[in-house]
Design a protein around this ligand. Structure first.
Ligand SMILES: [Mg+2]
Length: 263
C-alpha cells in the first residue's frame, strides 16, 4: 500500500483524458467516524468540493454506503449524482433506479429480528439499533466494556438460528454489526454494475474508476477494481486490497482539489 501523494505524478498520468468515476464510502471516509450515526455529518468544505466534482465534465460521482438509501441521500443532498444505499441493495441516480430483489419472506425475517433486537437489547446502555429497511445496523461503540459480553451473547442468541440456515448475513464494521438478507450483492458488485452502465455511455477505454473507503465492506470494492482504477484506503496503512492510502477525510479533499485543477 503506497501513500497516494507520493505517487501523484504517476496517478496524474493515469487520469489524463479519462472519464473519471468517483466512488466514495460515507462514514469514516467523507466524514470522520462519529460516536453515533446521527453525528456523522459531512463537512461543508467536503460537500462543496463534491459539488464541484459532480459538475466537472468527464467526472461522475457515486456515494456508496451501508446506510439506507433515503438516509444517505438526506445526508449528502447533492443533485445529479448516484447514491447506493445498504451496500448497493438500493441504488438511485440520474436515470437509475434499482432495488435488489429480496423475497417478502426474507424481508419479514429482517423485520422480526429488528423487533427482537429492540426488545432484548434495549436494556443494555449504549446499544443503537438502526432500522435501514432492508437491513439492520446494530451499533455498540457506546456500550460499556463491562457490558460487551452480555451484548454479544444476546446478539448471537437472536441471530444464530438464522445465520446457520442462511436466512441472514452479518457484516462486521467499525463497532457495528449489520444484519442483511443473504443476497450475493456487495459494494464490489455494485461498483462493477455501475461501471458497466457508464462504460456503455462513454466507452470502456475512457472510464477510470477511483474508490475511497475505510472499512471491511469497502474491501469488496477495492477487490473489484484491482488493476482497473485507483483504490484508496482511508486511514493508517494496514493490510488491505487497496493499492493506495490517504490518512483522513482532509487528505481526500486535497486529492479532490488536485483533480479539479486538472484539465
Ligand atoms: Mg465507512
Amino acid at each position: 500500500m503506497e501513500y497516494l501523494f507520493d505517487q501523484w505524478g504517476q496517478v496524474k498520468r493515469k487520469l489524463n483524458n479519462k472519464h473519471i468515476v468517483f466512488f466514495f464510502d460515507y462514514d469514516g471516509t467523507l466524514t470522520p467516524i462519529a460516536e453515533t450515526p446521527q453525528q456523522a455529518v459531512i463537512p461543508r468544505q467536503v460537500k462543496e468540493l463534491l459539488r464541484k466534482l459532480s459538475r466537472k465534465p468527464n467526472c461522475a460521482l457515486a456515494i456508496i454506503s451501508g446506510r439506507a438509501l433515503e438516509d444517505i441521500k438526506d445526508l449528502v443532498r447533492l443533485k445529479g449524482i448516484i447514491y447506493a444505499g445498504n451496500h448497493g441493495l438500493e441504488i438511485e441516480g440520474p436515470k437509475i433506479k434499482f432495488e435488489s430483489q429480496v423475497s417478502p419472506r426474507l424481508k419479514s425475517v429482517i423485520r422480526n429480528i429488528y423487533e427482537d433486537m429492540v426488545n432484548k437489547l434495549s436494556k443494555i446502555k449504549g446499544v443503537l439499533i438502526e432500522d435501514k429497511g432492508l437491513a439492520i445496523g446494530v451499533h455498540y461503540r457506546l456500550v460499556d466494556a463491562t457490558d460487551i459480553q452480555e451484548f454479544l451473547n444476546i446478539f448471537s442468541e437472536i441471530t444464530e438460528s438464522f445465520t446457520v440456515r442462511d436466512k441472514i448475513k452479518i457484516n462486521e464494521g467499525k463497532k457495528v454489526y449489520e444484519i442483511r438478507p443473504p443476497v450475493a450483492w456487495d459494494k464490489g458488485k455494485t461498483v462493477l454494475w455501475l461501471l458497466a452502465r457508464q462504460q456503455f455511455l462513454v466507452g470502456e477505454d475512457k472510464i477510470f474508476p477511483i474508490y475511497f473507503g475505510d472499512d471491511i465492506t469497502d474491501e469488496d470494492g477495492f477487490r473489484a477494481l484491482k488493476n482497473k482504477g485507483l483504490t484508496i484506503f482511508v486511514g493508517e496503512p494496514k493490510a488491505s486490497e487497496a493499492a493506495y492510502y490517504v490518512r483522513n477525510t482532509e487528505e481526500i479533499t486535497q486529492f479532490i482539489k488536485k483533480v479539479l485543477e486538472l484539465e
